[in-house]
Design a protein around this ligand. Structure first.
Ligand code: ZN
Length: 304
């Protein structure tokens, strides 16, 4: 769907609401509190009413749209833009494009991201590539080289060859930590995991408890980058997309919100060939719990 088609199809708040109702309640509206039958208060009105528990609500109540005063078409447009932008889009760009304050745009983007994060993630299968990278870090003063890693956040990437991607913000790259990511994301039937020669990986693969998981390493130091199936090229190109997103679109990402950006990036990447990415995103938005501004900004390093 192009942005022109989006404006044609969703020309009014009612049209947007109709779609959200179909996505939230495929079998017709029901009460979010008691799951009872509901009536519409007036014809074509947005309000629904449950007699059983005397509760009045709309399709956006108790969802990521909760308490928003923005017209739904702005929500739909922002969602469309985020879905189409492979490298992500900054709140500043959304602010300019949609004509809203920076704070509103920032909060809007984070709510869409929070909805994306609720998507189910299956276990990865087949050939797995795993790698670690360092992102962020603006410190360039004296001793910057020594601070190279202190200054940055660690991102662990796991990718099924030809399949889904997972990113995680990690505290360290110790064997035990990496083992947990393998255990939580890699299927017990997996054949082989390819990593670089970081010394934590052999222990991590062992500790993951996956019987018969073969561990292959790519020797980057020796300049060998792809030996048949023994390559980490897939996860490395995913990292380069992430870095282009951070440098080119988001400009700066605080450590606190990094996991949210990682969720956005992987959600979009894993649906890169899907024709229903936009609808899928809206469906998560209308079924996800609200994210209040207070919760999002609960501590001081938050607004970035
Ligand atoms: Zn009810």
């Amino acid at each position: 769907m192009t942005i022109i088609e989006l404006f044609e199809v969703f020309s009014s708040d009612d049209r947007c609401r109709e779609l959200l109702e179909r996505l939230r309640w495929p079998n017709g509206p029901e009460c979010p509190r008691c799951f009872g039958k509901v009536v519409r208060l007036t014809d074509r009105a947005k309000l629904l009413y449950c007699k059983e528990c005397d509760y009045q609500f709309s399709v956006t109540s108790g969802s990521i749209f909760h308490d928003s005063h923005l017209p739904l078409i702005k929500w739909f447009t922002a969602t469309h833009l985020l879905c189409e932008a492979k490298k992500g889009m900054s709140a500043l760009q959304i602010k300019r494009t949609l004509g809203m304050s920076y704070k509103t745009a920032w909060y809007l983007c984070h709510r869409i991201r929070a909805a994306m994060a609720t998507a189910e993630k299956g276990m990865l299968e087949g050939v797995i590539e795993m790698d670690e990278t360092y992102v962020g870090g603006k410190y360039k003063g004296p001793g910057a080289k020594a601070y190279r890693l202190v200054n940055k956040e660690i991102v662990i990437g796991i990718k099924q060859r030809g399949g889904d991607l997972r990113f995680f913000k990690s505290e360290d790259v110790k064997s035990g930590t990496l083992a947990r990511y393998i255990k939580d994301n890699v299927s017990k039937e997996c054949e082989v995991i390819v990593t670089d020669e970081l010394t934590s990986y052999p222990g991590a693969v062992k500790q993951s408890g996956i019987d018969g998981l073969r561990h292959e390493t790519v020797n980057h130091a020796a300049g060998i980058y792809a030996d048949g199936e023994i390559t980490t090229n897939g996860i490395e190109s995913a990292f380069s997309l992430l870095k282009r997103g951070i440098v080119g679109s988001w400009h700066r990402v605080s450590a606190k919100h990094l996991p949210a950006y990682l969720e956005e990036m992987t959600f979009r990447f894993n649906r890169r060939n899907s024709k229903t990415l936009f609808l899928d995103t809206l469906r998560h938005m209308v079924t996800a719990d609200p994210l209040t501004f207070e919760k999002l900004t609960a501590d001081k390093e938050s607004v970035a």
